[in-house]
Design a protein around this ligand. Structure first.
Ligand SMILES: Nc1ncnc2c1ncn2[C@@H]1O[C@H](COP(=O)(O)OP(=O)(O)OP(=O)(O)O)[C@@H](O)[C@H]1O
Ligand SMILES: [Mg+2]
Length: 92
């Protein structure tokens, strides 16, 4: 079951200010693969991993575009529990 991040574009919202931190992130991880996210400080490694894990701090985050597909389901479109976590029973 591949994990596919496609065109992920994401902003943080604070005090009426929008800060765009991810622009067009694409990655694919096939089942059984292990990858490392490499980049300079502030590049968005933690935010990308948090998005995949369902740990984005909504409602301080806005998804501007793209998706995160697990078994072809966009986990960013799943209902959020407690305004934050994805899904109502954990990740599919
Ligand atoms: N909760 C947050 N609210 C607002 N901005 C945030 C938040 N978390 C991260 N950011 C911003 O998002 C951008 C990406 O941060 P991130 O923590 O993903 O970088 P990183 O690649 O993991 O860096 P490092 O190598 O230092 O861990 C940075 O500009 C950071 O300031
Ligand atoms: Mg980090």
């Amino acid at each position: 079951m591949p994990l596919e991040v496609r065109g992920l574009d994401l902003s943080f919202l604070k005090d009426g200010t929008e800060t765009r931190v991810l622009r067009g992130v694409d990655l694919t991880v096939e089942g059984g693969e292990i990858h490392a996210l490499v980049g300079e400080s502030g590049a968005g490694k933690t935010v990308t991993a948090s998005a995949v894990m369902g740990l984005l701090p909504f409602p301080s985050v806005r998804i501007n575009g793209g998706g995160i597909f697990l078994d072809s389901v966009d986990i960013l479109r799943l209902p959020r529990r407690n305004g934050g976590d994805y899904g109502d029973g954990g990740l599919p």
